[in-house]
Design a protein around this ligand. Sequence first.
Ligand code: KIV
Ligand code: ZN
Length: 411
Amino acid sequence: VAACCRLRRPAASARAFSAEPATDKLVIFDTTLRDGEQSPGATLTESEKVEIAKQLSRLGVDVCEAGFPIASEGDFAAVTQVAKTSGQLTDGRRSGQPMRIAGLARANKKDLERCYEAVRHAPLHRIHTFLASSDIHLEHKLGISRAKCVEISSSMVAFAKSMVDDIEFSPEDAGRSDPAFLVELCEAVIEAGATTINLPDTVGYTLPDEYSSLFAHLIANVKGADRIIWSTHCHNDLGLATANSLAAVEVTLNSLGERAGNTSLEEVVMALRTRPHLFPVHCDIETKQIMRTSKMVATYTGIAANKAIVGANAFAHESGIHQHGMLKHAATYEIITPESVGADSSNMLVLGKHSGKAAFRARLIELGSRRCRRRRGSCSRARCSPTRRTTATRSPRRRRCGCTRSAPAQS
Ligand code: KIV
Ligand code: ZN
């Protein structure tokens, strides 16, 4: 679950994290297997869920929401299997600990017990329970008062606490809920034993300033706010999920999720890594595993990601000006290297109608029908392989580099 950290509110952010900002750990909660699977057509089999969970573990995810056990026999079995497998998955994890396995449950005893039955097999487990808190949901969906909402939420959190220590509570549709009511509700569930409070922007309605203000308000006003982890969960209906959650990361891969999807893990993590001064937090994600994880999710769900970081064109450059810049120095048009997320760095200069002579020449060099004319030793193409360099040394034009790779120079 992501902790709350905002660009413009360092004071509130400091309350969310007790340690020095530079060492604050951002907990990465991935819900690909639960909310992600709610994407139309993204249904996964039990073995696919287990494979994806293994890869999420390699990726360094801290908490994996494996499903909604009461939803079906299949989901129960899948969450159980993921939970059983999770204990064996510690290899290569920076934290040295297995992933925590969470299951979702509505705030009623049957759901909570079913959820516990599934997640209890994991050495580290969590029950994630929720109840709507916006007036629209209370009136039209649940037909209950605010007071009843507080009563059910706190009693069900207390019930869950009798089974597990780690309890996450989500006031569903928090983005459209009255902040004053959320203060009351959050205090009640913290008192009952919640260890994480997640504020879902369930319908993707909020704007970044509103969402961060909501966190600031609750962190400043809820008694016990400093004892728990604050978490974000954003939907992308207005295309603002990444912007809204940049402080905190509860994410799904490839943006899968209901309707327009959830926040993308890869976008948020790479934003944090690329602008470390603005986000003084760290997380344990192995970014080089991002592409592999994304491809696995795309293969199993049949839903491809065409987007930032993991999209087919995320690192492609077609216009002549950009290509020319890239050939001189990758930092001119790349703020993230393909290698840093485990993407293939070849053929990134796509020849199209906006391309110019520089990329065309580079392509000819790559195809071997032209040699690099740079002076020997001045070619900074780090992606030029050792074999190519040997060839270059043997080039009859000894004063020229002679490499035949057109890949752009590295910064
Ligand atoms: O979007 C949402 O409100 C949810 C909750 C169940 C956490 O997915
Ligand atoms: Zn959701």
